[in-house]
Design a protein around this ligand. Structure first.
Ligand SMILES: [Fe+2]
Length: 299
């Protein structure tokens, strides 16, 4: 392998970082084509040469999507040789956490994460989807950001703005039950069909599609198609606050006390004492106190 670095610049086409961040913040998708040269260190890896090559070196199970549901919401995890058989019989298959194969993937992923400015608490992984011609993913949105690199074949994507919920913290598939928490903070009903006002994107080998968090999408492979995802699940402010708060409170023996709910309500006075102490303390906290706990921990 040569030492060509894969970083944010390799994934954003002609956009500058600042232009890309505007697109990310406004949840605007974009596509760029002809990235094979910039990503040759990845695209020329022998195990990404074909589904057969990846299956041959895979030491874990592979996810096979139920043909009617066509989403990870309904999948079975089976050995790679069986998954290859299912793929050849028309099922979509998914190799999860491909970044476990070689250390370069994690180096590239972390470089891209730092270039964007995502927190160190970001969950980053790579996925490989193999989709037989005529098959695809059911309409849904995700809580994460994806760069989709087409490795093989042609695949159509349809993307549409999400007018139901901004900044979702879980994914949702149209026609399936809404996650309980997502349902509680969504004021509107979720649509029963894919929004008509959508944009079609056609991915060929070397194309990269940026799919922002929350954007509706569905796919269909024109030919047998293989794609490689850089998937980033960054924390929200809620996650940063909760993580830092736990770290701060863990230094207190009283906050670490086991909770006992008793009939006399003694627990209320105990807990109120702690909350009063906390609210007095919070006045002296600022962003740096929290971010010092979650960031800059890397060596
Ligand atoms: Fe998705």
């Amino acid at each position: 392998m040569s030492n060509t670095e894969i970083n944010l610049k390799s994934l954003i086409g002609d956009n500058t970082r600042e232009e890309f961040l505007k697109l990310l913040k406004s949840k605007t998708p974009f596509i760029s084509h002809g990235n094979s040269e910039a990503l040759k260190d990845l695209m020329s890896l022998p195990f990404l040469d074909s589904v057969e090559s990846l299956a041959a070196c895979w030491r874990d199970t592979v996810d096979v999507f139920h043909p009617k549901i066509a989403d990870e919401i309904s999948k079975t995890s089976i050995p790679p040789e069986d998954a290859l058989h299912e793929y050849k019989n028309g099922s979509c298959i998914l190799f999860n956490d491909v970044n476990r194969i070689i250390p370069e993937f994690d180096l590239w992923n972390q470089q891209i994460r730092r270039d964007i400015g995502f927190s160190e608490l970001t969950y980053v992984r790579n996925l490989v989807y193999a989709t037989p011609a005529g098959k695809g993913n059911a309409p849904h949105f995700d809580q994460n950001f994806n760069f989709v690199l087409q490795l093989e074949g042609t695949k159509k994507w349809w993307l549409a703005e999400n007018n139901t919920i901004n900044n979702p913290m879980t994914r949702h598939v149209i026609g399936h039950p809404v996650d309980d928490e997502l349902g509680r903070y969504s004021a509107k009903e979720f649509p029963q069909s894919f929004p008509a006002d959508c944009t079609e994107y056609i991915l060929e080998p070397g194309s990269i599609l940026f799919v922002p968090r929350g954007v509706w999408h569905m796919t269909e492979a024109v030919t047998d198609a293989v794609s490689f995802n850089f998937t980033f699940t960054p924390p929200t402010w809620i996650d940063i606050a909760m993580t830092a708060l736990r770290e701060k409170l863990s230094h207190s023996e009283q906050w670490r006390e086991t909770v006992i709910i008793d009939d006399k309500g003694t627990h209320n006075s105990e807990f109120n004492k702690l909350l009063n102490g906390l609210s007095a303390d919070v006045k002296n906290w600022n962003a740096v106190d929290f971010l010092d706990i979650t960031e800059h921990q890397e060596l």
